[in-house]
Structures are given as C-alpha cells and as structure tokens.
Design a protein around this ligand. Structure first.
Ligand SMILES: *Cc1c(COP(=O)(O)O)cnc(C)c1O
Length: 364
C-alpha cells in the first residue's frame, strides 16, 4: 500500500488479519457439492438459490461497475449503498476519541452521524452562500484539515441539500495539498444529474482520493442498497474488502437487481428517466423563480431544488396536509427558510405547482 495512505489507517487495522469466508475460498461452481459453509441444502419454493450465501464481491457485478464507472475492477469496493462506504471509511481511518473528520455544511447528514458514533470530532468549514449557490472555501478546508489533522475530508458534489457541484480544480487542489494528511472523500451520489465529469479519472493521480457512487438515485435502486467506493490504491481496496466489510455484505436479490439495472437495455431506460428529470428540474426552477414567496431558487446539478422562501415551514405543513411531503431545512442554521423539493414525475410536479399556487394566493 502507498505509505502515505497506510499511515492514515488506524494502527490495529494495519496488523490484524482479514476474514476469509468459505465462499471466498471455494467460490460456487456448478456440479460441485458444497458442504463447507453450513448452508441448508434444501431450497424452499419460490426461494431457489436463497439457501446459498452470495459471493462477497461477485465478479460479474464488479465487471458491470467497472464499465459503468470507467475504472478497473481492482479499484472498486462494492457496498450496501454509499452509506455503507461512509461507515467503512470512518471505521478504518478514525481512532475514537483522537481523530477528526471535516465536512462543509450544509451537507449530507451521515458523514457527521458516523463520526459522532465512533466518536470522533467533526470539524466544520461551511460552504459560503452567494446569490444563487454555495461556494467551497477551498483554502479554509486545506488549512483546517491540516491544523486539525482530519483523517477524512468529505466533499459532496453535487452537494445535498444545496444542489451545486464543487469546482473540479478546487477538489484536485485539496487532494494535492492534503496528500499524507487526509483521505478526501468525494461523494458523487448525484453526479449523473450534473454536467461535470466524475473525479474517478483522478484516482491514479491522487492516491488519497476516494469517490463514492451509488445506484440509489440515478438508477432508481434506493430500495436495493447498492453502491461502491472507488480508489486508486488497489491494496487499500483489498484491505477494505477483507478487513472492513461483512463476510457476505451484498444480499443476493440486490446483486441480481444491480446486474439488471446495469444491463445495456435498462441503463438506456435509466438515462431516459434522468433526461426527463433534468427537463422537469428546469421547468420547476422556472415555476419557483416566478413565485412571489420564493426569494431564491438555488442552482442545482442534482434531482432536487433548494428554495429559500417566505413561510417555508408553513408551506411544508400545508403540502403535508394535502398528501405531499417535502424536506424542511428551514430551522437549521445554514439553511434558514429553506426547503428541499425532490423532482418527481410530470404529474407529481404539477400537483406540487398547484399547491404552491394555492398557498401563495392565500398568503401574499
Ligand atoms: C442519498 C445519499 C446517499 C446515500 O446513498 P445510498 O447509496 O442510498 O446509501 C449518500 N450521499 C448523499 C449525498 C446522498 O444524498
């Protein structure tokens, strides 16, 4: 492993032996009798194949991920959603009571939740709100990460809940200047909805870069919990697979679903759906921008819009009474008066527009 990465890992993880499951040792081949994993030999009706443990990192799925994300198979750890990748990184790099992570709020909540669970400290370098976006404080991130020796620096691009992408050159600079100090975790959960290209093409250049990807949003697979982390150091990939993951992390049904979602025909459909959502994002942006209660519609590269509006909390409650649920960020310090609206189908968005129009008539 690259020594600059290895010295960031918690000491006991460097020494401990990894787990080798029965499935990893023997695989599963037709025509062979497997009495090595204490599986039940009887299948139940409608549940054929369920009696056998799934492969820990199925080769066919690894190939599909590698093609989809344009990296080598040795650069991928497949996880239960991007969420599990965050769990695993926190556990591998953060020594409880000693280390810290850095986040740029307002951002995705699970980075801090995992850190607090260790517990390790969470250093905040807020995004800087401008007229219609939130800017990364690149120098602040570098300075704070160095000063506090933050093990993980989370950059969410496009960022949830603000919607903006972070500038590529700034993320590259952060990777470069924090080499040997921090792992830089770029969460690209929403990148399929953005113009900007994935940071995965920088994995070779920056061994301390980790990219998170998921099938949850762009491939309509949130219920199946399938995602991955990508990194340039194949030894780090191997360490995570053998020492940090569960013995059989990926459920069989989720593996099968992911193979289907990433098949050429279904990928084509998923891309068409993304295109529909992008058209609707544009339409909804215009609708919200024209509304007198709405002060700001933030520019979004994701499948949601963040709005700053008068009576934000009241509007969320009004929608809830009419069977439509929004995410209320209006009481959080960095998103005062803000709500997040996911982009739905044309019909769902029409209902949303009608509710906003009715609410506006009552309250202006
Ligand atoms: C939804 C979301 C996730 C979770 O992704 P899963 O793959 O479903 O675990 C991770 N990061 C961000 C920024 C998200 O918004």
């Amino acid at each position: 492993m690259n020594p600059l990465i290895e010295q960031l890992i918690r000491p006991h993880y460097r020494q401990m032996a990894g787990y080798v499951s029965a499935g990893m040792e023997a695989g599963k081949h037709a025509g062979i009798i497997y009495l090595n994993a204490n599986e039940n030999p009887y299948e139940l009706p409608g549940l054929e194949g369920c009696n056998r443990y799934p492969e820990p990192q199925p080769p066919a799925l690894l190939t599909a991920y590698a093609q989809t994300y344009e990296v080598e198979e040795g650069n991928i750890v497949m996880t239960r959603g991007a969420d599990e990748a965050i769990v695993v990184l926190t556990r591998l790099f953060c020594e409880p009571g000693e280390d810290s992570v850095l986040i740029c709020p307002p951002t995705f909540g699970m980075y801090a939740v995992n850190a607090h669970g260790m517990p390790v400290e969470v250093v905040e370098v807020p995004l800087q709100p401008s007229s219609n976006s939130f800017a990364l404080d690149t120098s602040g991130v570098i300075q704070q990460a160095r000063e506090r020796a933050c093990k993980l620096v989370y950059l969410c691009s496009p960022n949830n809940p603000t919607g903006n992408s972070l500038p590529r050159e700034d993320m590259q600079r952060i990777c470069r200047e924090l080499s040997g100090t921090s792992m830089v975790v770029v969460d690209e959960t929403y990148i399929e909805f953005a113009q900007q290209h994935s940071m995965s093409s920088d994995l070779e250049t920056h061994p301390n870069l980790v990219v998170l990807r998921t099938l949850s949003k762009s491939y309509s697979m949130a219920g199946m919990r399938m995602g991955c982390l990508l990194c340039g150091d194949t030894d780090l990939v191997h360490t995570i697979r053998s020492k940090c993951l569960d013995a059989y992390p990926l459920p069989r049904a989720s593996i099968d679903a992911a193979l289907r979602a990433l098949s050429p025909a279904v990928r084509e459909l998923a891309q068409q759906n993304i295109n529909k959502l992008l058209a609707e994002r544009e339409r909804m942006h215009a609708v919200f921008s024209d509304n007198p209660l709405v002060r700001t519609v933030y520019a979004s590269d994701a499948n949601f819009l963040l709005l700053n509006m008068d009576r934000a909390g009241e509007f969320v409650a009004y929608c809830r009474e009419h069977a439509l649920v929004l995410r209320d960020f209006s009481s959080k310090p960095q998103t005062r008066n803000c709500i997040r609206v996911s982009i739905g189908t044309v019909e769902q968005n029409d209902i949303m527009c009608r509710l906003l129009a009715d609410f506006t008539t009552r309250h202006r």
